[in-house]
Design a protein around this ligand. Structure first.
Ligand code: SF4
Length: 355
């Protein structure tokens, strides 16, 4: 079966049958080979560098009601909050001092952060931190809104596609949300010039090997700069509260496969992975991930941004997270770097392919 891994790496393609075998096999030698090949591929593009993104959770208000989400509109018992511009800039200041050169502004779909407010915030960060990348993760917006945010200085946008199967999408979301609109958003973002991230949960309700295969094919054709995947973790109070969590092992195998199918991708070892396994993020890096996203949000609001239960690091100060992550990453033989961590340019991609 090691040959299967080599074939996937060489062709950058995978059949449904190959995926089924690699997700179900107990052959540790094959799986170790998969992890090692993916890790070596990441190193070919990025050396032993691991990029950090400073996550700023600016609002837990959301107009949507995604069935899996712990801050969905109808969720009871959530202390709702919004950060103001000053608080957001304070997070950036603290993050910059700690070596962060990418700020990720993430929030629910909160109409209070309309284009004028958001563009002001982005422009203020751009003015103060011209050497930093600004990533937004604010859900579905109009093309015009994305364009204005881009023109204000944002560089990247994360919008998980959640599933590339429209029927599966409909089982995870209320009827007013549409798969087609999600795809339209991703396409608009790409055309405008954002570095775009998509992604999905591993082990979400109703997911099958077929839907996962569709996800991998979508990634192959869309060619995003980033892909965020993490295990599904049920959130109490949601319709999926009693569903089992996704598997860490399956997530690691999929991280490796994504690295092999789309080698230059920026691939986070997610907080969800670290929540389900004490060394989840380290294992993610050894399986081909090359990004971590610690939290820079004010500590008093961290626990209120719980998309799922028992989220990691909600009590730590940003500086503590930085030191802890530094130590953890070094155990993998890699190192956290002070760098924007952009996707490699076309020139670098070609050089790496030739070597
Ligand atoms: S997943 Fe995002 S869009 Fe959906 S309810 Fe949660 S915060 Fe809102």
């Amino acid at each position: 079966m090691k040959d299967t891994v080599n074939q996937i790496a060489a062709s950058r393609d995978i059949t449904l049958e190959q995926l089924t075998r690699l997700l179900t096999t107990d052959d540790r030698e094959t799986i170790q080979h998969l992890f090692d090949t993916a890790h070596a591929t990441a190193q070919r593009y990025y050396g032993n560098k691991i990029f950090m993104r400073g996550l700023i959770e600016l609002s837990n208000h959301c107009k949507n009601d995604c069935l899996y989400c712990g801050i969905r509109r109808s969720q009871q018992g959530v202390q709702r909050y919004r950060l103001n511009q000053e608080q957001i800039l304070d997070c950036c200041e603290q993050g910059y001092k700690l070596g962060f050169r990418t700020f990720v502004l993430q929030g629910g779909e909160d109409g209070w952060f309309d284009d004028n407010r958001m563009c002001d915030i982005v422009a203020a960060i751009r003015r103060q931190y011209p050497d930093c990348a600004i990533t937004l993760s604010l859900g579905e917006r109009s093309r015009d809104s994305y364009q204005r945010l881009y023109d204000s200085g944002a560089n990247r946008y994360l919008l998980r596609h959640e599933t590339a199967d429209p029927a599966h999408y409909a089982r995870l979301h209320p009827s007013e949300m549409s798969f087609d609109n999600r795809m339209r958003c991703l396409q608009d973002l790409k055309e405008i010039g954002f570095q775009v991230g998509c992604g999905f949960m591993v082990g979400s309700p109703y997911q099958t090997v077929e839907t996962l295969w569709q996800d991998l094919q979508f990634i192959r054709s869309f060619q995003p700069q980033m892909v965020g995947i993490g295990p599904f973790i049920p959130a109490s109070g949601t319709p999926f509260a009693d569903r089992p969590a996704g598997s860490v092992e399956t997530t690691l195998r999929l991280l490796s496969l994504i690295r092999l199918l789309h080698p230059p991708v920026l691939l986070p070892a997610t907080t969800a992975l670290g929540t389900l396994h004490p060394r989840g993020r380290e294992l993610g890096i050894l399986a081909g991930a090359n990004v971590v996203m610690p939290n820079l949000s004010p500590r008093e609001h961290r626990k209120d941004y719980s998309l799922y239960d028992n989220k990691l690091c909600t009590g730590d100060e940003a500086a503590e997270c930085r030191v802890c992550l530094d130590r953890r990453i070094r155990t993998t033989g890699s190192q956290l770097v002070v760098d924007r961590g952009d996707a490699p340019t076309a020139k670098l991609k070609v050089e790496n392919l030739l070597n």
